[in-house]
Design a protein around this ligand. Structure first.
Ligand SMILES: [Zn+2]
Length: 84
């Protein structure tokens, strides 16, 4: 859904740039253009980033409370935790 909205906004920005470059109603298009850019930035902020995707795969150790990736958790925590 966010991706679709984002591509719509990007289409809008592209058409605004086209309108501005032809010199028709530059002043009114400039504020519409700013709104589109703001919308684009906020939509991009809603997209799941690589960082949040990585965080969601972390596993919390029941013994020491550390959060680690599945690989690290299996290697150093859980049943193998030093604080067990
Ligand atoms: Zn641990």
């Amino acid at each position: 859904m966010i991706e679709q909205a984002l591509s719509k906004v990007q289409e809008g920005i592209a058409s605004q740039i086209k309108a501005i470059s032809t010199g028709r109603g530059v002043a009114s298009n400039a504020s519409a253009f700013n709104e589109l850019v703001k919308a684009k930035v906020s939509l991009e902020g809603m997209l799941p980033t690589k960082t949040t995707a990585k965080v969601s795969t972390l596993i919390k150790c029941e013994h020491c409370g550390e959060e680690n990736t599945k690989a690290m958790h299996g290697r150093w925590h859980g049943d193998k935790c030093k604080k067990k």
